[in-house]
Design a protein around this ligand. Structure first.
Ligand SMILES: Cc1cc2nc3c(=O)[nH]c(=O)nc-3n(C[C@H](O)[C@H](O)[C@H](O)COP(=O)(O)O)c2cc1C
Length: 148
């Protein structure tokens, strides 16, 4: 069975909520989804053995968080070229982080980024458990898994 790794950071729980819905979508597509917090990825080998990768990070100060930047330097050495890829994150107004992460996955790591680009979910919609945003997160996970 195809395996997708979802690596995420969440300071106040919103991106974590997204990660769980994205994982559901991966499973709906018939693939296995594994969720890991970014801090648990210590070495390149921790990224080995998956067919697809989805990275999630919220936007703070119009940027991804420092731990995610460090993680992407590690991912650069993990040989992920050609693997199915996607990026997501929660935000309130600008939502920069997932866009920059998606760019890095596509242009630096040379991964096969889902056509939809990155996926942003508004904090207010997540906190309201808006069914539309839940479905959109699931559809995003499904789309990445379908690239495998
Ligand atoms: C200090 C601070 C700075 C923030 N900066 C941004 C920002 O530049 N752009 C944006 O869209 N949201 C910004 N936000 C909102 C967060 O992205 C939002 O609260 C998000 O849901 C947090 O996700 P998390 O719960 O996964 O940590 C900021 C929030 C805080 C507290």
């Amino acid at each position: 069975m195809a395996k997708v790794l979802i690596v995420y950071f969440s300071r106040t729980g919103n991106t974590e909520k997204m990660a769980n819905y994205v994982a559901e979508g991966v499973r709906f597509a018939g693939a296995e989804a594994e969720l890991k917090k970014v801090g648990t990825i210590k070495k390149e080998e921790d990224l080995a053995g998956y067919d697809g990768y989805i990275f999630g990070c919220p936007t703070y100060h119009r940027d991804m968080t420092q731990n995610f930047k460090t993680f992407l330097f590690l991912a650069e050495k993990a040989g992920l070229a050609g693997k199915a890829a996607g990026a997501f994150g929660s935000y309130t107004h600008s939502g920069d982080a997932p866009k920059v992460i998606a760019d890095t996955m596509e242009y630096v790591l040379k991964m096969n980024l889902v056509d939809l680009g990155s996926f942003n979910a508004l904090e207010a919609k997540l906190q309201a458990d808006d069914p539309e945003i839940i479905k959109a997160c699931q559809d995003y996970g499904k789309a990445v898994a379908s690239l495998i």
